[in-house]
Design a protein around this ligand. Structure first.
Ligand code: CP
Ligand code: NVA
Length: 304
């Protein structure tokens, strides 16, 4: 693996390797042990969009691994004034050991990776969010002791996080049911790829039906970054596509409730669901740190 742009850049073996390494690093951190395997390494972090978790977990992760992270708001570097993505990738590769980027268009990541001589990490694009999903898999493994042979239910927008989760479910062998309003289904490209990978995928517009016997209930915002202009329409269209007590009641008794955050209580999830006993959302957020440290080690040291 040279770069991580899509879940499909990872094999089943890669995923298990990353989760094992993440668990090991997490345990060492809890014991106060130092794991500074990235001494003298630098990661550039290009952001075209806002972030709390991704920015902080990558920066702290690099710091704890003995390296350094640079926050590069795309408006503050020459990229924002028209320097090409290609030239930016070539120049940054002369200084850095890795580039992560959060972008509007996935094509920007592809151009970065094609022109960089260092690994490029997708920190969210309009199409995928693989770092989030690795943290989600780590969280599922911690709670369920496995990441296969379960029923994963997505409620809401067929968006970037949903795409990466569908691919991940196909790779690891977990059934996925996507419940979304008509017109907000995941893109055909990702549906086809999921099925090509052997994924067991159902798409429905009935969340209550979907939630029956779920092991995992997952949702995300109705209005993603970049969709703000459609906000009023989306708020109407997504009414009812909410994780709430009714959905939890028809799921398995030990269902876990997941959300990549940031959350909007009362919209895609009720306060009772996100702050209740089934919720694992803050473990998910913490696991961003551990899963991404494993990715950084894999890309910058192990696979070098
Ligand atoms: N889940 C996630 O990526 O959060 P941020 O947008 O805060 O980075
Ligand atoms: N789907 C959301 C995820 C935020 C972490 C977005 O793209 O804004």
């Amino acid at each position: 693996m040279k770069s991580l742009l899509s879940m499909t850049d990872l094999s089943l073996e890669d995923i298990y390797g990353i989760l094992d390494l993440a668990a090991e690093i997490k345990e060492k951190r809890n014991q106060g042990k130092i794991t500074d395997h990235l001494r003298n390494k630098s990661l550039g972090m290009i952001f075209e969009k806002s972030s709390t978790r991704t920015r902080v977990s990558f920066e702290v992760g690099m710091n704890e691994l003995g390296g350094h992270a640079l926050y590069l708001n795309s408006n503050d570097i020459q990229l924002g004034r028209g320097e090409t993505v290609e030239d930016t990738a070539k120049v940054l590769s002369r200084y850095l050991n890795g580039i992560m980027a959060r972008v509007y268009s996935h094509d920007t990541l592809v151009k970065l990776a094609d022109n960089a001589t260092v690994p490029v990490i997708n920190a969210l694009s309009d199409k995928e969010h693989p770092c989030q999903v690795l943290a989600d898999l780590l969280t599922i493994k911690e709670y369920k002791n496995r990441i296969s042979d379960m029923k994963f239910v997505w409620v809401g927008d067929g968006n970037n996080v949903c795409n990466s989760l569908m691919l991940a479910c196909a790779i690891v062998g977990m059934e996925i049911v996507v419940a979304c309003p008509k017109g907000y289904e995941p893109a055909e490209e990702f549906v086809a790829k999921t099925r090509e990978l052997g994924g067991v995928l159902t798409i429905t517009d009935n969340p209550l039906e979907a939630a029956k016997d779920a092991d995992i209930l997952y949702t995300d915002v109705w209005v993603s970054m970049g969709d703000e202009e459609e906000e009023q329409k989306r708020l109407k269209d997504f009414e009812g596509y909410q994780i709430n007590e009714e959905l939890i009641a028809v799921s398995k008794p030990d269902v876990i409730v997941m959300h990549c955050l940031p959350a909007h209580r009362g919209l895609e999830i009720t306060a009772g669901a996100i702050d209740g006993p089934h919720s694992v959302v803050f473990d998910q957020a913490e696991n961003r740190l551990h899963a991404q440290k494993a990715v950084l080690l894999k890309l910058m040291v192990l696979d070098e």
